[in-house]
Design a protein around this ligand. Structure first.
Ligand code: 9UX
Length: 72
């Protein structure tokens, strides 16, 4: 199966931050698609819930030095 999670990501200040967060998400097992927007601070992640979870996605972003929370 596939779920889509939307996250608020704080602490990104340039395009390289966005690339960094997208790279982290795309390397996370179970993540199928990740798009991050600097202007809105939003990230959208499509993932397999049998492999990863919203909590694991948030932890991966925070381990990279950003702050993340559920957008809804
Ligand atoms: Mo940009 Mo982000 O110079 O951690 S890479 S601020």
């Amino acid at each position: 199966g596939t779920l889509v999670g939307q996250f608020i990501i704080r602490g990104m200040t340039c395009a390289a931050c966005v690339n960094s967060v997208e790279g982290i998400l795309r390397k996370l097992p179970g993540v199928k698609r990740a798009i991050v927007a600097l202007t809105t601070s939003l990230g959208e992640v499509e993932y397999d819930p049998s492999i990863t979870s919203k909590d694991e996605i948030i932890n991966a972003i925070e381990n990279a030095g950003f702050e993340a929370s559920l957008a809804q």
